[in-house]
Every structure is written in structure tokens, then in C-alpha cells.
Design a protein. Structure first.
Length: 100
């Protein structure tokens, strides 16, 4: 069933792709939450991963491995998100302490 939907989705059938990813949405969000710790960031990561999966579906060599392939895309997207958080950390400085 998964392989058949992958084949249909590769032909550009959005409903086949939706049928592939819809039952995986909750698990994807939980995985992203476990990695990122923020619901908003997790939802963004899932959405980005789904867009990437749609665009890169032709690169999936084994349609039966769709779940593992999609999870890998999501985890890689989350890792990129973590790197971004690390570089965006802001250190608060007490302005009064600097003036004194």
C-alpha cells in the first residue's frame, strides 16, 4: 500500500502524498518536539520536512522505506534547527552594571 501511494505521489498526485503523510503527522510532531523542545519549532520542522519530502520524492530508491526516509528528513531538519538556535542565543547584559 505504501509503495503504491509513493508511485502515485511521484506522478504528482497530491492526494496520494497526503494519504502517505497524514497518518504519520502525530509521530513526526512528537519526534520533532523531542529534539527541539518547542511546539512551534516542531511544527515548523514537520512542515519543512514534508515540503522537502514532496520535492525529493523521486530520490526515494525503495518506496517501502518511506517511513525511515521521511523520518531521516525530519531529524536532519531538526538538527539544522538546533544549529540555528545555538547561533541565535543572546546573552543578556545588565545595562546598569555597564554604566557603573
Amino acid at each position: 500500500m505504501v509503495a503504491e501511494r509513493v508511485v502515485l505521489a511521484r506522478t504528482g498526485d497530491p492526494s496520494a502524498f497526503e494519504a502517505l503523510v497524514e497518518p504519520r503527522g502525530g509521530a513526526m510532531t512528537r519526534t520533532a518536539m523531542a529534539i527541539l523542545g518547542s511546539e512551534a519549532d516542531a511544527r515548523d520542522a514537520v512542515q519543512d520536512a514534508l515540503v522537502m519530502a514532496w520535492r525529493e520524492l523521486a530520490s526515494l530508491r525503495e518506496p517501502e522505506a518511506f517511513d525511515a526516509w521521511l523520518t531521516r528528513i525530519l531529524v536532519n531538519r531538526c538538527k539544522r534547527g538546533l544549529r540555528g538556535v545555538a547561533t541565535r542565543r543572546i546573552r543578556e547584559v545588565d545595562v546598569d552594571a555597564l554604566a557603573g
